[in-house]
Design a binder for this molecule. Structure first.
Ligand code: 13P
Ligand code: ZN
Length: 268
């Protein structure tokens, strides 16, 4: 059997193990029906000359957009149509390592198997391109389908700038502390489209989490666990909101004064 690219590469293996762990959480949370959601991580820091010399195991595919900061970068990506619950158990069979080519507009698969990357690759790679350009050191992007947060985007009032951010912050103080930038909103766009990718990175200038109206959420972070944590914290706040509503009352929420106090105390 062909050996995995992970063999003898401890730090790369740890990064992929973390992806698998988060993929399991997404399934357990009920956010990952069928193939729902996708994960990509920038693994360029783990690449050695042996990997650089690996031949492509796929044709060259277009990204659909040109992303100058990604020249020569390597990513691990969930495969399109692959299940999160399978990625959790067998990451290298349900994802692939890709290499961005010198034109910054195309890629090829180099390991372990020719698994075609997620259909949301344009959005993921556009997010990575922006993270590199900003120099924030972030290496992970996640897209998932949390029931509570998606349901909230079906209310037009919540789609106005920062309405949802303030509502969710006011449900429990930790939300503000651990998701200090809040969440941006992208009006409904065709899944997998370059338009969706462009609208997403526009919001990313201001936020680390972006809601895709009536579809899902995207989050970025230094690693995949931290990107997941931001969505988890927001989903918890959404759960508190809807639990109060289902008990038959409108939750009061913490006051603006209490939130301002928190902002000062935690230097947010
Ligand atoms: P993929 O299976 O192509 O990753 O698509 C899942 C998804 O959530 C699309 O938005
Ligand atoms: Zn989706």
């Amino acid at each position: 059997m062909k050996k995995s690219i992970l063999e003898g590469r401890q730090t790369l293996k740890e990064a992929i193990d973390q992806v698998a762990e988060v993929a399991g959480y997404l399934w357990q949370k009920g956010w990952a029906e069928r193939n729902g959601g996708n994960i990509t991580i920038n693994i360029t820091e783990h690449i050695d000359t042996e990997i650089e010399a690996l031949p492509a195991i796929s044709p060259v595919y277009p990204i659909g957009t040109t992303l100058p900061a990604l020249k020569g970068c390597y990513f691990f990506c969930k495969g399109t149509n692959r299940r999160m619950r399978d990625l959790a158990r067998w990451p290298m069979e349900n994802g692939a390592v890709i290499r961005i080519l010198d034109d910054c507009a195309s890629y090829e698969i180099v390991a372990d198997a020719p698994v075609k990357p997620t259909s949301e690759l344009a959005s993921h790679l556009a997010m990575h391109n922006q993270m590199i350009e900003s120099g924030n050191g972030y290496r992970a992007a996640i897209h998932t389908h949390p029931i509570d947060l998606i349901a909230m985007t079906h209310n037009p009032a919540f789609l106005e700038k920062d309405v949802l951010t303030n509502l969710l912050w006011s449900m429990i103080p930790e939300t503000r502390a651990f998701c200090p930038k809040g969440l941006g909103i992208v009006p409904y766009k065709m899944p997998s489209s370059v338009e969706l990718a462009e609208a997403t990175i526009e919001q990313l200038h201001e936020y680390d989490v972006v809601m895709w109206e009536k579809h899902g959420v995207c989050a970025v972070g230094p690693d995949i666990m931290e990107a997941f944590d931001q969505v988890d914290v927001l989903s918890k706040a959404a759960q508190i909101y809807l639990t109060a509503k289902s008990m038959g009352f409108e939750p009061t929420g913490t006051t603006q004064e209490q939130m301002d106090e928190l902002k000062r105390a935690f230097n947010l």
